[in-house]
Design a protein around this ligand. Structure first.
Ligand code: RP5
Length: 164
């Protein structure tokens, strides 16, 4: 359990500014993570080697971000049976719709849990990984519930300030 971690993969270092939101959420939950730049197209052998190795070292969840013809999450899902969360990145003239469809349209039997395009999706990838790790882990489940309650309280406080 203590070696359990989340692997955050991205197709290019140009995805890092958006994926910083994922890393911030994982940090806020004190979840151990690794960051790896690796591409389904440019470095397929390195991607395969990393995923196989990470799984053997205790990676519980893979988060994969890519833009354009975003096949990284799908390629990783084909290698591991651990949960794979895909983050479509807006990296080109199609504003991330290309990446969304490439990420989400997986054939049956090889699922990718795709989140939204861009920064909201990057943030939610971190939350979704925390919720996955919270299954069977009461300490993490308490952190997730506390964060959700704090978020709700901040929205209510903003509304109250507006009404005052
Ligand atoms: C994808 O191509 C990457 O994930 C990135 O979103 C996009 C552009 O990559 P760079 O040309 O900036 O390296 O594979």
């Amino acid at each position: 359990m203590s070696t359990q971690f989340v692997a955050v993969l991205m197709g290019s270092d140009s995805d890092l500014p958006v994926m910083q939101a994922t890393l911030n959420v994982l940090k806020s939950f004190e979840i151990k993570y690794e960051v790896k730049v690796t591409s389904a197209h440019r470095t397929p052998a390195a991607t395969h080697a990393y995923v196989t190795d990470a799984e053997s070292r205790g990676c519980a969840v893979f988060i994969c971000a890519a833009g354009l013809a975003a096949h990284l999450a799908g390629a990783v899902a084909g290698i591991t049976t651990h949960p794979v969360i895909g983050v479509p990145i807006d990296a080109g003239p199609l504003q991330g719709m290309d990446a969304l469809l490439s990420t989400v349209q997986m054939p049956g039997g090889v699922p990718v849990a795709s989140v939204a395009i861009g920064s909201a999706g990057a943030k939610n990838a971190g939350y979704l990984a925390a919720q996955m790790l919270a299954i069977g882990n009461p300490e993490m489940a308490a952190k997730v519930k506390a964060e959700r309650a704090a978020n709700a309280a901040s929205i209510i406080a903003k509304d109250e300030a507006l009404q005052a």
